[in-house]
Design a binder for this molecule. Structure first.
Ligand code: SAH
Ligand code: SF4
Length: 359
C-alpha cells in the first residue's frame, strides 16, 4: 500500500526539483538554499540572506513530510523522541540521543516491519509501508536541527528505529548517500542495523561507501534464533556469518552484534560461549552490544536482571570478545523500537508532552 506524497517533499526533492522551484532566480540561489537545507538543517524561513518572498515560496513548494504528533524528552534532556505522522496517516518514531562528545539520531526505515520478531513492539504490530528516502532523510534533519538548537552537533546516524532497513534497500541506501554527500556525515558515522537479510548485506558489501553494519543476532544457534528472529529460517546462521565475514574482509569496517538479553532465554552460560565463538570466528572480531530487553505489551518474558547482564558481559570479555552494555535511553518515554507508537495507540501508558500541531 505504498503511496506517493502529492508533491516532492522538502527532503525528497532532488536538486533539479529545487531548481524548478527557483526558476528565474540567480544561479547561486540553488547552492545557497540547498546547503541551508542540508548543512545547516535550516527551515527556508531562517535563510535570511534569501529574499523573504522566495523563502516562503520554497517552504510552500517543498512541504515537510513529518508532522509532529508528540515530542518527549527524558534523561535530563539528553534523549528526545518524536512520534511523527506521515501524509497518509502512518506513524513512525525518531530518537535523538546526546552523549559526551557526540549526538546520535536513531531513524526509522519503514512504518512497521514484516519480520515478526516477537520481542519487538514494531514486529508485533506488523508492516504498513516502506518509508521514502525523503522521509528517512528528514528524520535526520529534524533531529539535527534540534541538536543545533540544544547547542550540539549531530554526528551519528543509526538505522535502528522502526523497520528493517535492508528490506527497504533502495530508499535506505539513497538516504545514506544523501546524508554523506549533502549533510556531510562520514560513512563511519552511519550504522545500518539488520535482522540478517543476507542479500541486503551482500548489496551493502558491493557499495562504495563503507558504513558500519550492526547485525541483530540475539541467538547464536539456529534453533533459538528461528524462534526469536523468524527470518533466520530463510537466512540461517551459516549463511549470515559468511555474509558478515565477507563484509568485514571487503570493507574493513566495524561490525557489531546486537543482543537483547532475555531472562532465561538467551542469557545462559552456553549462550555466552556460543556467541563468543561466533564473534571471534570473523576476520575482525565482532563487537557485541548487549541491551537488556525492553518490555513490550505483546511479549511476556522480561529482560535479564542487571546482575546477570554484567556477568554475561564479563563472560564474553573473558573469552576475548569486546562487549559493552548499552545504556538504556528514554525508557520512561518508551524510546525503544516501536514502543511510542504502540503506547500512542493505547496499548500501554505513556507520558507525553503534546507538541504544536503540524510542524
Ligand atoms: N530491523 C532492524 C533495525 C531496527 S530494530 C534490526 O532488527 O536490526 C533495532 C534494534 O532494536 C535491533 O537490534 C532489535 O533487535 C532491537 N530491539 C527490538 N525490540 C527490542 C526490545 N524489546 N528490547 C531491546 N531491543 C529490542
Ligand atoms: Fe523488524 Fe528489527 Fe523489530 Fe525484528 S527487531 S521486527 S527486524 S524492527
Amino acid at each position: 500500500m505504498t503511496s506517493t506524497p502529492p508533491t516532492p517533499t522538502r527532503y525528497g526533492a532532488s536538486r533539479a526539483d529545487l531548481a524548478t522551484v527557483l526558476a528565474g532566480q540567480p544561479a547561486y540561489r540553488l547552492d545557497q538554499i540547498w546547503s541551508g537545507l542540508y548543512e545547516h538543517f535550516a527551515d527556508p524561513t531562517e535563510l535570511t540572506a534569501v529574499p523573504k518572498t522566495l523563502r516562503a515560496e520554497v517552504a510552500d513548494a517543498l512541504p515537510l513530510a513529518l508532522h509532529g504528533i508528540t515530542e518527549s524528552t527524558s534523561d535530563g534532556g539528553e534523549t528526545v523522541k518524536w512520534l511523527w505522522e506521515l501524509h497518509d496517516g502512518m506513524q513512525v518514531e525518531t530518537v535523538l540521543m546526546h552523549y559526551a562528545g557526540r549526538s546520535t539520531v536513531c531513524v526509522s526505515s519503514q512504518a512497521g516491519c514484516a519480520m515478526g520478531c516477537g520481542f519487538c513492539a514494531t514486529g508485533q504490530a506488523g508492516f504498513d509501508r516502506h518509508l521514502t528516502t525523503g522521509e528517512i532523510v528528514e528524520q535526520v534533519v529534524r533531529a539535527g536541527r534540534r541538536a543545533r538548537d540544544d547547542g550540539r552537533r549531530l554526528s551519528n546516524v543509526v538505522y535502528m528505529g522502526m523497520g528493517e532497513p535492508l528490506a527497504n534497500y533502495d530508499a535506505t541506501w539513497a538516504s545514506v548517500e544523501r546524508l554523506h554527500a549533502d549533510v556531510g556525515l562520514s560513512a563511519r558515522h552511519l550504522t545500518v542495523s539488520t535482522v540478517g537479510i543476507v542479500p541486503g548485506i551482500r548489496k551493502l558489501t558491493a557499495e562504495t561507501l563503507p558504513v558500519n553494519l550492526a547485525v541483530s543476532l540475539h541467538a547464536a544457534d539456529d534453533d533459538l534464533r528461528d524462534d526469536l528472529v523468524p527470518i533466520n529460517k530463510r537466512y540461517p546462521l551459516s549463511t549470515l556469518m559468511d555474509a558478515c565475514a565477507d563484509y568485514l574482509s571487503i570493507k574493513g569496517r566495524r561490525l557489531s552484534f546486537e543482543w537483547a538479553l532475555i531472562d532465561g532465554v538467551n542469557d545462559r552460560d552456553r549462550d555466552a560461549e556460543l556467541l563468543s565463538e561466533r564473534a571471534r570466528s570473523l576476520p575482525l572480531p565482532a563487537h557485541v552490544n548487549l541491551i537488556p530487553l525492553n518490555p513490550t505489551p505483546g511479549y511476556a518474558v522480561r529482560g535479564t536482571p542487571a546482575r546477570r547482564v554484567r556477568e554475561f558481559c564479563d563472560q564474553l570479555r573473558h573469552r576475548g570478545v569486546n562487549a559493552t552494555v548499552r545504556r538504556t535511553r528514554g525508557t520512561e518515554i518508551d524510546a525503544a523500537c516501536g514502543q511510542l507508537r504502540a503506547a500512542h495507540a493505547g496499548t500501554a501508558p505513556v507520558t507525553i508532552r503534546p507538541r504544536a500541531p503540524r510542524a
